[in-house]
Write a protein that binds this ligand. Structure first.
Ligand SMILES: *Cc1c(COP(=O)(O)O)cnc(C)c1O
Length: 469
């Protein structure tokens, strides 16, 4: 039986010759069309072999080829509406950029720039000069350097400060960030030897002191980022660690992870020390991300004492880890906004979303509800609710931020069906499911998402009612 069907599947040349294919022949380059036809015929053969019956009529096959051509034209990297409420969502691209940063990328990409050209002397300059002053100004550091991401910053710093020597870290801070970034493994890659001290829940100054010897190159403190140890705990503060480091003549490094440049406690978000605080507490060098709490592009920032940071600028690894000009342009523009804290909070989307008040969010939910109710069919029911969002991106793991949610019901569809359909619309929407309800968290829905959100919900509603579900 499958043999019979396999024989009925047309050859590529025949499909090309069909009258129904003529418009596709006229509108697509031939190699592209042939590839799409091959792909469709291969799928039909696979279906036939597994005993699935398919529409092999001219009309049916041409429709599949046309859909395949459309699919091939759709970029793989697309806009997504983040309605999950997770502000720094690593899988959805972490921080959306401020308008200024977007413009800076546009300018830097359109033409040439003084990326590595000193306009005063007419000689070769360095790309790092465009942000070093700003980073120092905003953190109190003496010197700074930027690389591709914080993982690269940690590797560069460890390679530069501790290759072939010992680095002392608390057992409570041997973090896995997600993906494959684990402190012990990064340490291995940089050629430093990890010396673990203390216990998972408690580490004391005496533990670090007892481990220091001639081979010790560095005391490292790692922000636990995406988890918290609670209960019977003891952690050595940056002040205590720095005092010990000075006493023993060993530098102290803090991998701050997220990298916060303003005191979020002023906005009701407690517990995240700023980079300035770590440095003021005596850390010799701090590394942090550009696209977590800072709200800029992917970047790794190294800020600290001159004698620690300057040698990193000459390290052979730097070339392999260097930041590209577009990210650099966006980083400079984002950092500039921090010169005025009020402006930073207003214009950097990550900060704006994190600091939005419950009243802001409730009004936002009402606006979105009004807009959606005007545009969507009766099969879609929307109900406003209260809940909590999270910071994400390995930042502030215990923080629950009060928010407004919109529960979406479509006919008799389950939350899972709605979730799945909304992922497959022309602008996919990522919400969340809680207690069998599908929810949109308004905190992370950006203003320019509004029209797409309505269209996507409409598409999902149409698909779900078409399939009877
Ligand atoms: C996120 C994080 C990293 C990795 O930073 P990327 O910018 O994602 O490379 C490293 N260390 C800590 C503590 C982190 O939280």
């Amino acid at each position: 039986m499958p043999q019979e069907i396999l024989r009925q599947i047309p050859k590529v040349d025949r499909v090309l010759a069909w009258a129904g294919t003529a418009s596709l022949v006229a509108s697509h380059p031939r190699p592209e069309l042939v590839t799409a036809i091959r792909e469709v015929l291969e799928r039909l053969r696979a279906a036939a072999r597994s005993g699935v019956s398919c529409d092999l009529s001219e009309e049916g096959v041409v429709a599949l080829v046309s859909a395949e051509l459309d699919r091939r034209c759709t970029p793989s990297l697309r806009d997504v509406v983040n309605a999950s409420g997770v502000v720094i969502h690593t899988n959805l691209g972490r921080s959306p950029l401020a308008d200024d940063a977007e413009e800076a990328i546009h300018r830097a990409s359109r033409g040439y720039s003084n990326l590595e050209f000193d306009l005063t002397t007419g000689e070769r300059g360095t790309r790092y000069a465009h942000v070093e002053g700003l980073i120092c100004e905003l953190t109190g550091a003496e010197a700074a350097l930027v690389v591709n991401n914080n993982a690269a910053a940690v590797i560069l710093a460890l390679s530069s400060l501790a290759q072939g020597r010992d680095v002392i870290v608390s057992r409570g801070e041997l973090v896995e960030i997600g993906g494959s970034f684990r402190i012990p493994e990064v340490m291995l890659q940089s050629g430093a030897h990890l010396v673990e001290v203390g216990a998972t829940n408690r580490t004391h100054v005496r533990d670090y002191r007892g481990a220091i010897n001639d081979a010790t190159a560095l005391l490292l403190k790692v922000h636990t980022s995406n988890f918290a140890v609670v209960g019977f705990t003891a952690e050595v503060t940056t002040e205590e660690m720095s005092a010990l480091g000075r006493e023993a003549g060993v530098p102290v490094m803090v991998d701050a992870g997220s990298g916060c440049l303003i005191d979020l406690a002023a906005y009701g978000i407690a517990g995240e020390p700023t980079v300035r605080r770590y440095l003021a507490a005596g850390a010799d060098v701090v590394t942090f991300s550009g696209d977590k709490l800072l709200g800029g592009p992917q970047a790794g920032i190294i800020a600290g004492k001159r004698e620690i940071v300057v040698p990193m600028k000459r390290h052979p690894l730097l070339r392999a880890l260097r930041m590209d000009k577009l990210s650099l342009a966006a980083l400079e523009a984002t950092l500039r906004l921090y010169r005025d804290e009020r402006r930073a909070v207003r214009e950097i989307p990550t900060l704006r979303m994190l600091t939005a008040t419950p009243a802001d969010l409730s009004r936002r939910a009402d606006r979105i509800l009004g807009m959606l109710r005007r545009r969507l069919p009766k099969t879609v029911t929307l109900v406003k609710q209260q809940g909590e969002s999270s910071a994400g991106g390995g930042s502030l793991p215990l923080l629950g931020l009060p928010t407004s949610l919109i529960e979406v019901r479509i006919g008799g569809a389950s939350a899972q069906q709605i979730e799945q359909r909304l992922r497959q619309t022309s602008t996919p929407v990522v919400g969340r499911i809680q207690r069998d309800r599908f929810l949109l968290d308004v905190r992370t829905i950006l203003d320019h998402d509004f029209p797409n959100l309505a269209l996507s919900l409409g598409e999902a509603a149409a698909l779900l009612s078409e399939s009877g579900q």
